[in-house]
Design a protein around this ligand. Sequence first.
Ligand SMILES: NC(=O)c1ccc[n+]([C@@H]2O[C@H](COP(=O)([O-])OP(=O)(O)OC[C@H]3O[C@@H](n4cnc5c(N)ncnc54)[C@H](O)[C@@H]3O)[C@@H](O)[C@H]2O)c1
Length: 338
Amino acid sequence: MAWLLTGGAGYIGSHIVEAFRGAGREVVVLDDLSSGFAEFVPDGVVVHEGRVEDPAAVAAALDAQPVDGVVHLAGLKYAGESVHVPLDFYRANVEGTRVLLEAMAAREIDRLVFSSSSATYGTMEGEVVTEDAPQRPESPYGESKLVGEWLIRDQARARPALRHTSLRYFNVVGSGSEHLVDHSPYNLFPLVFRALARGERPKVFGDDYPTPDGTCIRDYVHVSDLAEAHLRAAVLLEEGRELAPAYNVGRGEGVSVRQIVETILRAVGEEALGYDVVPRRGGDPARIVGSARLIERDFGWKPDLDLDAMVDGAWAAWNAPGTAEREARQDAARAARA
Ligand SMILES: NC(=O)c1ccc[n+]([C@@H]2O[C@H](COP(=O)([O-])OP(=O)(O)OC[C@H]3O[C@@H](n4cnc5c(N)ncnc54)[C@H](O)[C@@H]3O)[C@@H](O)[C@H]2O)c1
């Protein structure tokens, strides 16, 4: 029996493929390769190329071999872009989840781990956000992830055999292998690395936030720790354990953008270069930090890898062969779509 990973050729999905395979599970991938890379998927793992909102593509991936459960990561993820093309986000993230649930029900596949986001909370109140906090997303992206959670909840009410959980990731960074790289056009680490590659000073967007050093505070979690959380979710579902509908996956610690940029510059020996503070970007809340108490209690999961490990792994992967060529391919694909 296999687990289907939708979006398994992406940055996070490919780390989950490795974690599942490392734990002896068979894995198949459904991915349209719009932002993922076939070469991120190891030899021996079948990649079904297709969209998750296409019932025929989902059927092909589910029917090629018996499937035990699904980790659903496929979708669009840039909150800023979602403001301009909300319907694209609803099609991929909401319709995709609906089609997947329908196909799973038809085949009595009853284990689902959903890739949700801290973006479902919106601006938080207090120091750390817990899973029962009000969810008030501030972008079509966050809304589409919240609707995804609702679809799964409602389907499980109608079909109690379906057991599921949604993992609300905070800021995912780092690399667990040198060949798996975050190519996101907007995430902080690749933005800093691209500036360094051009010999430019990295940018910090805004230092007038109501935080101790004036820059935004985020909760960074290593992608390998996140992949391990998915594996534990899968194991618990296989064991028939009852899981909460949603878990935060972060370190429960706030780190400022200034601290991150300074850590990266120090790690790569570019402290003297410094960085430029530029005006705020729209839509960046001052502070997003999650409590990880619930996942620690129910999964026995604790994040292992600290900020230095996140920076060192990400930098090593960024400098490995293949990165520049994939960056160029991604730029060309994004330009063609624009
Ligand atoms: N990276 C983060 O910090 C973060 C934080 C919170 C949540 N998430 C969620 O985690 C998931 C994976 O994110 P990632 O950072 O690995 O991004 P990614 O873009 O690298 O991965 C997404 C994968 O899904 C594929 N895909 C996109 N739309 C598809 C569709 N309609 N049908 C089939 N495949 C499709 C892409 O080709 C890619 O391989 C996403 O759902 C994202 O919203 C990410």
